[in-house]
Design a protein around this ligand. Structure first.
Ligand SMILES: [Zn+2]
Length: 64
């Protein structure tokens, strides 16, 4: 059977062991996490924009 270990999880930024009720270990990591989420959102928007441009170009090249 599994060993009796206190329920815990790891900080998503630095990997430090933290209580299961937490997601991040400190305010510093929270700030880093928030900027990471923002960057990720930006990447998603850029990807959508690129897909849009590719579709437009595809449609335009098909017409000529
Ligand atoms: Zn951390």
């Amino acid at each position: 059977m599994t060993e009796k270990v206190a329920q815990h999880t790891h900080c998503q930024i630095c990997g430090k062991t933290i209580p299961i009720s937490e997601t991040l270990c400190s305010d510093e990591c929270k700030q880093k996490y928030q900027s990471m989420v923002k960057k990720r959102k930006m990447l998603v928007y850029i990807m959508y924009a690129l897909i849009f441009v590719i579709i437009i170009m595809f449609l335009l090249s098909g017409r000529t």
